[in-house]
Design a protein around this ligand. Structure first.
Ligand code: BMA
Length: 374
C-alpha cells in the first residue's frame, strides 16, 4: 500500500510540475479549446496525461474487468483484479459489438446500460476506458470473424451498396459515445479502438479483405462521421496485430496523424521466446513511429490464456515492457462462460501471488495511481 501511495504522488507531482512550467491551467484550457475544438477539455487532458504518465510507469488494463469474472457476473463493484491486489485496473476496456444490431447487450452478453455505468465509474476513479468494436459483418450479416466475402469494406464506403446501413451503425456508436455522461453532464472521454488486428485476416476488415486505401477510407469515414454527430469525447487508437516486421509494414494501412492519437498492437503468448521477440520488435517499431508522429504508445491487447506460468507477470510481462514508454498494457477478459479463457488472475489462480508483486512494482500503475482528467 505504501508503495502505491508513493507512486500516486510521483504521477501527480510530475503533472503539477508540467502544468506549472506551462502556465496557469486556465490559459492551457483556452489554448486546447482553440486548437482542438473537436475534443472536450477532459479529453485533451486525457491525451496529455497519457503522454506524461508513460514516462512514469505503465498502466495496467483488463477487458470487461468490472462486469464479470471467474465465478461471478454483475456483482456491484467486483473485479477479479481488485480481489487479487486491492485496486482496479487503471484501464478497463469494453466491446461495442452488436450495438449495431440495436441489441440491449453486446456480443459477450454484457448489457450496454451496465457498460455505460461502468465507464462512468472508471472515469470517477480517474482511470481510463478503451472501447473495441467487434462489429457484425454488414454485408453477409455474419459476425466480425466472417471473412467469406472480400468486398465488405468496399460495400460500406460512400457509394457502396451497404453504405447507408453502415452509416446508421456509426450513428448508433456516436449516440452511445455521447450518452457517456456523469450526472452533472460531463462527457466521459474514451479511447475508441475499432478495426483492430487488421494486419491479420480474421476480421472482415483484415488485410486480405480490403486494400490499404479501402481500410484507410473506412477509418476516415468512421472518425469523420462520429465528429459530424458531435462526438468530442473520443481519442482513437490504431492497433494492428503483431505481424508487421518494420515501420513501413506498420504504417502501410495507417489512416493518418489527424485521425489517430494512440499507436499500439495486439499480441498473445503461445511460445515464450517467439512472444518475447515479437513484443520487442513491435515495441521498437511502435516507439519509433510514435516518436516521429508524436503519438502515445500502448500494448492494446496482450496476454497468456489461463496464465499457466505462475511468475508470468514479473518474469515475462514486466521485463518485456521495460525499455519503452508504454502508456498502458491491457489483458483480455476473464470469461465466465468459457472456463479456460481468462487472462487476469483471480483469488487462488496460480499467478495471483506474482500479480501482487507486479502490482507493487513502482513501474506499474493501477486506478488509484492515476488522475487522467485534471
Ligand atoms: C475474443 C474472445 C471471444 C469474444 C471476443 C470479443 O478474443 O474473447 O470469446 O467474444 O474476443 O470480446
Amino acid at each position: 500500500m505504501y508503495m502505491k501511495k508513493l507512486k500516486f504522488t510521483t504521477v501527480l507531482l510530475a503533472t503539477g510540475m508540467l502544468v506549472a512550467c506551462g502556465g496557469a491551467p486556465k490559459k492551457e484550457q483556452a489554448v486546447n479549446e482553440e486548437t482542438a475544438s473537436n475534443r472536450t477539455p477532459e479529453t485533451e487532458n486525457l491525451l496529455s496525461n497519457l503522454k506524461k504518465s508513460s514516462s512514469q510507469g505503465v498502466m495496467f488494463g483488463h477487458h470487461d474487468d468490472t462486469v464479470y469474472g471467474i465465478g461471478w457476473e454483475g456483482d456491484e463493484g467486483r473485479s477479479d483484479v481488485n480481489s487479487v491486489c486491492g485496486d482496479y485496473p487503471a484501464v478497463i476496456s469494453f466491446d461495442l459489438g452488436e450495438l449495431e444490431l440495436g441489441n440491449e447487450a453486446n456480443l459477450d452478453k454484457v448489457p450496454f446500460a451496465k457498460i455505460r455505468q461502468e465507464i462512468v465509474n472508471q472515469y470517477q476513479r480517474g482511470g481510463m476506458v478503451s472501447l473495441s468494436w467487434h462489429a457484425r459483418n454488414p454485408k453477409t450479416d455474419g459476425d466480425a470473424w466472417d471473412v467469406s466475402d472480400t468486398t465488405v469494406v468496399k460495400s460500406i464506403l460512400r457509394g457502396g451498396e451497404h453504405h447507408r446501413k453502415f452509416a446508421g451503425w456509426l450513428d448508433g456508436v456516436a449516440d452511445f459515445l455521447l450518452s457517456l455522461q456523469t450526472t452533472d453532464g460531463t462527457k466521459v472521454p474514451v479511447l475508441f479502438r475499432p478495426w483492430h488486428e487488421h494486419t491479420g485476416s480474421w476480421f472482415w476488415w483484415g488485410e486480405k479483405l480490403c486494400t490499404p486505401e479501402e481500410y484507410k477510407a473506412l477509418w476516415r469515414m468512421t472518425v469523420e462521421s462520429l465528429q459530424a454527430k458531435g462526438v468530442d469525447n473520443a481519442l482513437y487508437a490504431y492497433s494492428p496485430g503483431a505481424e508487421p516486421q518494420d515501420t513501413a509494414q506498420f504504417l502501410k494501412r495507417y489512416p493518418g496523424d489527424e485521425l489517430i492519437d494512440v499507436l499500439g498492437f495486439d499480441t498473445y503468448q503461445f511460445d515464450r521466446d517467439v512472444f518475447l521477440a515479437g513484443v520487442d520488435r513491435m515495441l521498437a517499431i511502435t516507439d519509433s513511429v510514435a516518436q516521429a508522429h508524436d503519438k502515445v504508445i500502448a500494448v492494446t491487447e496482450i496476454g497468456y490464456e489461463g496464465i499457466p506460468d505462475d511468475k508470468w507477470w514479473t518474469g515475462t510481462l514486466l521485463p518485456a515492457l521495460e525499455k519503452y514508454p508504454v502508456a498502458y498494457v491491457l489483458v483480455w477478459r476473464n470469461a465466465r462462460e468459457k472456463v479456460t479463457h481468462y487472462y487476469a488472475p483471480y483469488p487462488g489462480q496460480a499467478s495471483a501471488t506474482d500479480f501482487v508483486e507486479f502490482y507493487k512494482n513502482p513501474r506499474t500503475l493501477f486506478a488509484a495511481d492515476v488522475k487522467l482528467y485534471e
